[in-house]
Design a protein around this ligand. Structure first.
Ligand code: MG
Length: 314
C-alpha cells in the first residue's frame, strides 16, 4: 500500500534545487527568500477531473502542466515574475501515487522553464475524482502590477496571439504569456490587463466593469485562430469562427489597455513577434459609455453580449 510519505520521499528526490527556496517540501511550511521591499503577488486555481479536463481522455502529465500553466497565466496578467508554487492534490484512492507522479512529470518542465520553485503542498486521497489546486507566488517586475481597473476611455484595446477553438488542444498545451508580459511591462506603460480564461467578450466585460468604462470591439480586427476555423468546420452548428474567437474560453492570451500613442509604438515595434513569435493586435477602443459594443465591417455598431464560460453556482 503506497502512502503520502512514499510520494513525498519521491517528490523530494525529484525536485530540482531553486535559489529562492530556503526550505522546501518536508517541513511544516516552506521558506522562500524574499527581498523585503517587494510586494507578493499570489493566485490560486483549482482544476477538477470532469470539468477542466477528462482524465479518461487526457494524459495526466498534460493535466498537471495545465494546472500550473493557468496560474502562471494569472501572474502574467499582473506582470508578475513567477517565483514559487504550492500544489494541493486530492487523488482518487486507486492508482493515486502513479497519478501524482505523472502530474508532477507534466508540471515540472514548465516550472523549470519559468524558474518556479515547487515549495510544497498537500496530498490527500479520497473516493472522488482528481482535484488539483495550485497556488502560485510572484513578484512585480517593476515594483508595480497591472490591474484590471486602469483602462481609460480613449485607450486602445490590444490582444496577444490568436483566439478561438482552444478545445482542439491549446487549452491543455498553451504557453502562459509570462515572458511576453514582462517584456511589455519593461518597455511600455500599460493601463490595464487581464488574461483571457473564460472568453474574450466575457473577460473584456470584467475588465471594463473594473475600469468603470465600456469598449467597442472591431470584430473584423480580431485575430481568429486556425483552430476556431477548424472547429466551426467540424461542428457545422452555425457557430462561426468569429463566434468562437469571441466566446471560447481558455485561450490564455492577454488583453491590454494602453493610450493611443503607446499602443501605436507597441504595434509598430511588435517586440513579442521577434522574441516569442507572438503577434499583438489592436481590436478596439475603450469608451466612457459602459457595456460592450461591436463594430462590424460596414462600420455598424451594436451591443456585444458578454458571452463565455462561467461556473454555475446555483
Ligand atoms: Mg485570470
Amino acid at each position: 500500500m503506497e502512502s503520502e510519505s512514499t510520494f513525498i520521499a519521491w517528490l523530494r528526490d525529484r525536485l530540482p534545487p531553486h535559489s529562492a527556496l530556503r526550505l522546501g517540501p518536508g517541513d511544516d511550511a516552506a521558506v522562500l527568500a524574499w527581498a523585503t521591499a517587494d510586494d507578493v503577488v499570489v493566485t490560486v486555481d483549482m482544476l477538477m477531473d470532469g470539468v477542466d479536463f477528462e482524465l479518461a481522455d487526457v494524459d495526466p502529465r498534460r493535466a498537471g502542466r495545465k494546472a500550473l500553466a493557468v496560474n502562471l497565466s494569472d501572474l502574467a496578467a499582473m506582470a508578475a515574475q513567477p517565483v514559487a508554487a504550492l500544489v494541493a492534490l486530492a487523488l482518487p484512492r486507486h492508482g493515486g501515487l502513479a497519478l501524482a507522479q505523472s502530474l508532477y512529470e507534466g508540471l515540472l518542465p514548465l516550472a523549470e522553464r519559468f524558474g518556479v520553485a515547487l515549495a510544497g503542498g498537500d496530498t490527500n486521497s479520497w473516493d472522488g475524482p482528481l482535484v488539483i489546486s495550485i497556488t502560485a507566488i510572484g513578484r512585480p517586475r517593476n515594483g508595480r502590477v497591472w490591474k484590471r481597473s486602469g483602462a481609460r476611455p480613449g485607450d486602445v484595446l490590444l490582444v496577444t496571439g490568436q483566439l478561438g477553438g482552444s478545445i482542439l488542444g491549446k487549452h491543455l498545451d498553451f504557453t502562459p504569456r509570462v515572458e511576453e508580459a514582462l517584456a511589455l511591462a519593461e518597455r511600455y506603460e500599460i493601463h490595464a490587463a487581464m488574461d483571457i480564461s473564460d472568453g474574450l467578450a466575457l473577460d473584456l466585460s470584467r475588465l471594463t466593469d473594473e475600469s468603470r468604462c465600456g469598449a467597442v470591439v472591431d470584430v473584423t480586427s480580431i485575430p481568429i485562430a486556425p483552430a476556431a476555423v477548424e472547429l466551426a468546420a467540424q461542428r457545422r452548428d452555425g457557430v462561426t469562427p468569429l463566434d468562437h474567437a469571441l466566446a471560447d474560453g481558455e485561450d490564455f492570451e492577454l488583453l491590454l489597455a494602453a493610450e493611443p500613442s503607446v499602443a501605436e509604438r507597441i504595434l509598430a515595434e511588435q517586440v513579442l513577434s521577434g522574441r516569442f513569435g507572438v503577434p499583438i493586435t489592436a481590436i478596439g477602443q475603450f469608451v466612457a459609455e459602459p457595456r460592450l459594443w461591436q463594430r462590424d465591417a460596414a462600420g455598424e455598431v451594436s451591443r456585444l453580449a458578454p458571452r463565455g464560460y462561467e461556473h454555475r453556482l446555483d
